[in-house]
Write a protein that binds this ligand. Sequence first.
Ligand code: PMP
Length: 429
Amino acid sequence: MGGLNWDTPSLQQARRARAEELRARYPRSLALSSQAQRVIPGGNHLSGKALVDFETTPSYFDRGRGAMLRDVDGHAYVDYLMAFGAQLLGYVRPEVQAAAQRQGERGNLLSLNHPLHIELIETLLPLFPGAELGVFFKNGSEATTAALRIARQKTGRRSVARAGYHGWHDWCLPRERFVPEGLDRQVPEFRASDPDSLRALFDEHPHDIAAVILAPEMVLPHEPAIFHELLAITRANGALFIMDEVKTGLRIAPGSVSARIELVPDLLTVSKALGNGWPIAATLGRREVMEVAAGMHYSATFHGETSAIAAALETIRIVREEQVQQHVHELGQRLIDGLNAVVAASAVSATAYAEPLPAMPFFKFTEPDAELNAVLTRTFYREVLARGSLLHPRHLWFLSAAHTEADVDDTLETSRSALRKTLELCGGL
Ligand code: PMP
């Protein structure tokens, strides 16, 4: 809507007073943030950034169970971040926990190989299109970095065309001052939804691009034809196609976006949901491509650690037996529809949508005035959090097997009330 008269002195004063009230809700969280400022650069690890700020939203949590999270000040939340997508089954899923614990008691990380290493790869291969050989890691950044390295080794070319976030390693941040000079020329970006932008890169760097790496959530609209066109362009130029399914692997029926759209990539990376909170990742691919990895170096001290592998095997078993992918899809859609109904009944422009699939929903204000949008966003998310739903203002959300329809309906009520308060503080009521 136009006409929100949101920036009057009395509303500014009301928003300040409300922020002061909210600040009093999180004393322990705030004290920990101050303590962290003294010993951790920036005061938090990368994924621990403030939801809105460290004063008016919670930032320290000490317990999770199912879909619930508890902060250090004792408030409970229905969590829609689920550790950035790692907790697909919900916190402390007993079977996963027990499997990981058993491995811990047997030594966890032994000197050389463990039979579970084979079992994990044998379990993963049939789940992903074209996967014939695989290697495992501890996080998504390692899996994508390995995929690039394998592609370079296989093709003898150096560059990689990329679309999406693939991790924190140098090649994903090629323009920063802290990475080696000239790296940006070797990892050019294309626009995921625009095949012509990929064609242009191949024209610019003929015979130089080893692989195209694509995070499938970047393709909007999420049309299979776009993926297949990107694949065809890649193949026509003699490069390899890597699907970076770190976010989508195991979460999206029937196990990956690749399977959903019947696309067989040369390499595929997975992590996040795989271990239900335990650190595990894998790079899988066609035999002919993956076998060059035999002579390469990508080993690390903790790769062979078995608690996370046992957790992953149990997670995969449960996902296959319990229709988890359908559950998170349906609940995500319920949340999206419900939020849009809440907004439709209000006097503000906002939209909830699948990013790009319902299991990963998101919500944003869409007022034409950017400053108003920022105020609405800050205010709304503070209010939602104060009412017990952990929705992230900047990162897409994740449903889990532990969420119920009742949780989602609670969150819709929470959102309705939070939006009402937001509009009261922004001149919309
Ligand atoms: N690829 C994609 C598509 C991701 O979403 C992420 C993490 N958000 C990564 C790679 C990197 O994974 P990690 O944070 O585990 O290193």
